[in-house]
Design a protein around this ligand. Structure first.
Ligand SMILES: *[C@@H]1O[C@H](CO)[C@@H](O)[C@H](O)[C@H]1NC(C)=O
Ligand SMILES: [Zn+2]
Length: 296
């Protein structure tokens, strides 16, 4: 029995550079801890903006492990609320983007964010792939999901997004991974059928007041990965405090397919909108020390 436990502990925890490194799901497989895998050849779009190819804290990444830290509760406030004014969904020519109508502005604070800072919600948008096996930007243990949503926030001390992306602490983004399931996730029915209303670039549609309540089941004050990274489009500015939720949301192939019907800037359907994973370099991926998910 002692031997068995010793083996389990040895498999789950290894000591690297003084950190206790614990695998997110399974225990550490040392083979997955290669810090600088060359990922330039794999699927996904390349980005060519200012920092995309010269930066050292680029996103997205594969998340092979996390370093447990004592973190206060991450406060995710307002995103999943019923919102009487509803939401606006826009075809930007690259993706479907959701903004929140009316007030208050949802906020993000606590957890791994700088002390006494508040990040204000700006917009949410989706990423998807040619297929549902590699549909996300972030991967966990080399495993992708079918779709990813990003909730972009700007530090409240910066007046606008353009200013925020000039500062290394300018943005906080949380991402949620959707994984493929057989049947439709009907909790997404206030969003996905409405994609048919925004097929053309620049068109918008209004979503019902309860379109985002599905979020309440997945966001968590403690169950996430956190690392310093970048925008995955444009100039790939290295200004993002990334939070990737551990919990996933189910989605069917028929539901993901609706995103590929959107027509992009070039006049063709947007078959994929995701950048391929970047080198981790010397970054540390953090997660909260305890599984305190019941208190979210
Ligand atoms: C599943 O969802 C898609 C997208 O909203 C819809 O077109 C399809 O009719 C749904 N299928 C069922 C069986 O409800
Ligand atoms: Zn994004």
């Amino acid at each position: 029995m002692m031997y068995k436990w010793a083996t389990i502990i040895a498999l789950c925890v290894v000591q690297i550079n003084g950190y206790v490194i614990v695998d997110p799901e399974l225990g550490v497989d040392p083979e997955t801890l290669l810090p600088n895998v060359d990922t330039s050849g794999i699927n996904g779009l390349s980005a060519t903006g200012l920092y995309c190819n010269t930066g050292t804290r680029q996103s997205p990444i594969d998340i092979p492990y996390c370093v447990q830290k004592s973190l206060s509760a991450l406060r995710i406030e307002g995103h999943g609320d019923v919102r009487p004014e509803g939401f606006t969904m826009l075809n930007t020519g690259s993706t479907a983007q959701i903004s929140y109508n009316g007030l208050p502005v949802p906020t993000l604070s606590g957890g791994p964010l700088p002390k006494d800072s508040t990040y204000e919600f700006v917009q949410a948008h989706f990423h998807w792939g040619n297929d549902n096996v590699e549909g996300t930007e972030h991967a966990i243990h080399d495993t992708y999901g079918a779709l990813e949503i990003h909730f972009v926030h700007r530090k409240s001390t910066y007046n606008d997004l353009a200013t925020a992306i000039q500062h290394s602490d300018g943005l906080a983004v949380f991402g949620i991974i959707f994984s493929e399931q057989e049947t439709n996730n009907t909790r997404l029915d206030k969003i996905i059928p409405n994609l048919a209303n925004i097929i053309t670039e620049g068109t918008t549609t209004t979503l019902d007041e309860d379109a985002m309540v599905w979020l309440e089941e997945v966001i968590s004050a403690f169950q996430y990965y956190n690392y310093p990274g970048s925008l995955t489009t444009g100039d790939c500015n290295e200004v993002v405090n990334w939070i990737v939720m551990k919990r996933k949301v189910g989605i069917s192939a028929a539901q993901v397919a609706k995103f590929r019907n959107l027509i992009g800037k070039d006049g063709y359907p947007i078959e994929e909108y995701r950048r391929h994973v970047q080198n981790l370099n010397n970054r540390v991926i953090k997660c909260a020390r305890k599984d305190t998910s019941r208190f979210h």
